[in-house]
Write a protein that binds this ligand. Structure first.
Ligand code: GN1
Ligand code: MG
Length: 348
């Protein structure tokens, strides 16, 4: 885990002519560090970029958001610094960027069926709008949803971190995840599409009326398959308790709403092979995230964590692993029902 800065340094505020701005920290997101900035009656988002992303990610964000905006989709846009650059680097190498602020509600959990349907439509419109984008991504994170790679990593840290103080607690969880993952059906070869890459619930801005307005948190924009992208969305939106409750379960009614919304916007371009694999995508990504959290319970090197609620990064990540694992088991128990929802939504 790179040290997440407490405050933006003075040189960053100078770079954006924000030295007299009002700042408040926004405690959402496990990776970057986010501030709301108010200056001359205007609001912005100022963010420290976690070094897991190269600064060239801003070239991707600029290309994708320009394309979305040209098609009339609302989206945050990068605000250039005083020298006209898309991002700013401090003397010590920290990367920061400024974005336009999108007003609305961010939900951490508990989306209702209406919001899930609206989220599905938004994700569908987002994918549709990017179908014709011609862009070579500058920031590539190979294997980011290579589930087999995440599982190998977990198996590996179980061997290398036997001395970790929490090893005795983490090992049984890891073994349950690995055993369950061995029963995952393969996703097969599917078309690569331009996607958001992290469409979890708190990366959507909703309006007061429950309309899904736009996606935020665009560092993960990339080329991926639809079932992986939807798996990441639905494992989040359809778990009413959120990522920090062991009572995690997958709510079919929310899934039906979300997939109906998605189908509405995409029925004419997603292929039968992609549609068929959506339920497996959901189960796979829930279990993959369980594996990622579980490995981090031993390496304590990646996810930010809640210092108020937990004594260590290890404790929080073990807890998160258990929650996602429980969610994955709930998805598995409802495989056939998920398939029915998908078939009904796409009229297959
Ligand atoms: C991270 O940054 P944030 O909180 O939106 C993570 C996602 C996980 C998610 C789990 C780049 O997303 O992959 O699904 O936490 N982002 C990255 O909450 O690893
Ligand atoms: Mg986020």
């Amino acid at each position: 885990m790179s040290k997440r800065p407490e405050l933006p340094p003075a040189e960053i505020l100078t770079a954006y002519a924000l030295t007299t701005a009002e700042l408040s920290a926004i405690d959402v997101g496990n990776i970057n560090r986010t501030f709301k900035v108010t200056h001359d009656g205007q609001q912005f988002i100022l963010q420290w970029l976690n070094p897991i992303f190269g600064p060239e990610v801003h070239l991707d964000i600029e290309a994708v958001t320009a394309h979305l905006a040209a098609k009339g989709l609302p989206t945050p846009r990068l605000v250039r610094n005083q020298t006209g650059a898309l991002w700013s680097t401090t003397g010590s190498g920290e990367v920061w960027r400024l974005l336009t602020f999108i007003d609305g509600d961010i939900l951490s959990a508990g989306a209702n069926a209406h919001q899930c349907q609206a989220g599905g439509e938004l994700l569908g419109r987002f994918h549709r709008a990017l179908c014709d984008l011609q862009h070579t991504f500058a920031n590539v994170r190979p294997g980011v949803h290579d589930t087999a790679r995440h599982l190998r990593h977990l198996a590996n840290v179980l061997k290398t971190h036997t001395e970790h103080r929490a090893f005795g607690d983490v090992q049984p969880m890891a073994q349950a995840i690995l055993a369950s993952a061995a029963l995952l059906p393969p996703l097969g070869d599917l078309p690569a599409r331009v996607v958001h890459g992290d469409p979890k619930l708190n990366n959507i801005v909703f309006t007061a009326r429950g309309t899904a307005h736009c996606f935020i948190d665009l560092d993960t924009l990339s080329v991926m398959t639809i079932p992986v992208e939807l798996g990441d969305a639905f494992r989040s939106w359809c778990n009413p308790t959120g990522e920090d409750q062991v009572a995690a379960h997958f709510e079919l009614e929310l899934f039906a709403a979300a997939i109906n919304g998605y189908a509405e916007a995409t029925r004419d371009f997603v292929t039968a092979a992609e549609i068929t694999q959506i339920p497996t995508g959901v189960e796979t990504i829930a279990l993959e995230l369980a594996a990622r959290f579980c490995a981090d319970a031993l390496t304590e090197s990646y996810f930010g964590w809640n210092r108020q609620a937990f004594g260590s990064a290890s404790a929080h990540n073990l807890h998160r692993a258990r929650c996602q694992y429980n969610l994955s088991q709930s998805i598995r128990a409802q495989r056939a029902a998920l398939r029915n929802c998908v078939e009904r939504a796409f009229h297959t």
